[in-house]
Design a protein around this ligand. Structure first.
Ligand code: ASP
Length: 453
């Protein structure tokens, strides 16, 4: 039994939906189909989810919403027309989109999520109708009926562990179930979405819930490459990766799969495969608990920008009990998430994503560190990138870091920080963003020597 998820680009047009139908028809084990909202048809198109954001903004700022509504309805209408579907489905979609602009604005923390979720919800209805018209016994299922119950965290929902028992019952269904991705319902019956790109998470939850043999995640690439193809020319494609390796790569900019999507499948021990809707014969990239070694220490190199570092120093910091906790407390009270904390004897750097800081929060951090913790020095460094060298096999290879630092120094790249977790699945370098691409290329040449990069 397989759970299959299709991303927005696989569902953007009638032509794409026909490929999806063929994929489902070609394997009767494909019983659960999780769908995104229609994505972009071409590079300057708008994703339905983004169009829903504009619609939400117009509605909540009291502007005329007609144009916004029509654009979205028209988007579905084009697909309905091209697939020759019955107009009753379009009426349902149109009603659901229009109704959004009657929901209460005040005291409704789930309004934004309800708007956004409409993209996948209506697409699932459309796709179920399309499957039925083409002879499949398929049915749309709302996450509420499926049992995807989530925490009350708008835009950042988490699955409640109690959901899994109900999900398991879906195994007994005879129909192919078409379930919208990206959102669940709270215990109080409110629509609540995962973070952006979260349909991958729904697929993973379903796969774990129904104890699938495989979770197939269909996208528009043949799988995962050892480095970004926009940075390194013709990088190797990866046939097998472990969950931990994928998690590290996804964290640092490999956006083929949402990083939170790995956890449910991993815990449920469900293998996952990334495949291409436009080239379904290609085996894709498989993500597994344990993989065979291909002899190389590094499996992939990722780079991500928009990081900042709060650098602080205080003489004899190492002797001060509770110093670290106090620093963390300042961040916690300002609701700031941090990513890495490399330390020296008398200094500490807190690396975080730029979006976590506002000018007010920044001022507050500097002032509290100076006043309360009496640090000798604090500065905020911007325009930083992280580079992640990832591979489970690194722990059995000596000299990986030496090779990496030599490659970077040969390319004249200064290392701001370096850190390696005890699991040795990755080594992270912090460098200036202006050097990011150069660094990835240099490391690729060093670790994948036979390839022409
Ligand atoms: N449609 C949502 C987004 O654009 C979720 C997804 O596609 O996975 O973020």
């Amino acid at each position: 039994m397989k759970v299959v998820k299709f991303g927005g680009s696989s569902l953007a047009s009638a032509e794409q939906l026909k490929k999806v139908l063929d994929i489902i028809k070609s394997d009767e084990e494909r019983r659960f189909v999780i769908v995104s909202a229609p994505g972009k048809r071409h590079s300057d198109d708008i994703k339905v989810t983004d169009a829903l954001i504009r619609y939400y903004r117009a509605y909540t700022s009291d502007q005329d919403v007609t144009e916004r509504q029509n654009w979205i309805i028209q988007r579905y209408k084009t697909i309905v027309d091209e697939l020759n579907l019955d107009y009753s489905i379009l009426e349902k979609i149109s009603e659901s989109i229009t109704k959004l602009a009657t929901l209460p604005i005040e005291g409704n923390p789930f309004l934004y999520d309800t708007f956004l979720a409409a993209g996948e919800d209506n697409n699932a209805k459309l796709i179920a109708a399309f499957f039925r018209k083409n002879g499949l016994s398929a049915r749309y299922l709302h996450p509420r009926e499926a049992g995807i119950i989530v925490s009350s965290e708008p835009g950042n929902a988490r699955i409640l562990p109690s959901s899994y028992d109900k999900l398991e019952e879906l195994r007994n269904e005879d129909d192919i179930l078409v379930i919208p991705g990206f959102f669940g319902v709270t215990a109080n019956n409110q629509i609540c979405t995962f973070s952006r790109g979260g349909s991958d998470i729904t697929g993973s939850i379903l796969a774990a819930g129904v104890k699938a043999d495989l979770y197939e995640n269909f996208t528009d690439v043949d799988g995962i490459f050892a480095a970004h193809p926009g940075v390194v020319r013709k990088p190797d494609s990866i046939t097998e990766l472990t969950y931990r390796e994928m998690r590290e790569l996804a964290y640092a900019g490999f956006t083929v799969l949402h990083d939170e999507a790995l956890i449910p499948a991993y815990r449920g021990k469900i293998p996952l495969v990334i495949k291409n809707t436009n080239n379904p014969q290609h085996p894709g990239t498989k993500i597994v608990l344990k993989r065979r070694s291909n002899g190389l220490p590094v499996v992939g190199i990722a780079g991500d920008d928009d990081f900042v570092s709060i650098n602080l120093s205080k003489y004899l910091m190492n002797r001060e009990v509770g110093f670290g906790r106090k620093v963390m407390q300042i961040l916690e009270e300002l609701n700031i998430r941090w990513e890495h904390i490399p330390t020296g004897i008398d200094d500490m750097s807190i690396v975080l994503r730029e979006r976590e800081l506002t000018p007010i929060k920044e001022e507050e951090i500097v002032s509290q560190l100076t006043r309360k913790l009496e640090v000798d020095h604090v500065d905020i460094e911007r325009d930083l990138s992280i580079i992640m060298l990832v591979g489970e096999n690194m722990k059995s290879h000596i000299g990986v870091t030496a090779t990496a630092t030599k490659a970077l120094s040969d390319s004249n790249i200064n290392l701001e920080m370096i850190s390696q977790g005890s699991s040795e699945v990755s080594v992270m370098f912090v460098i200036k963003t202006e050097n990011e691409k150069k660094a990835v290329r240099a490391l690729y040449r060093a670790f994948f020597p036979r390839e022409d990069s």
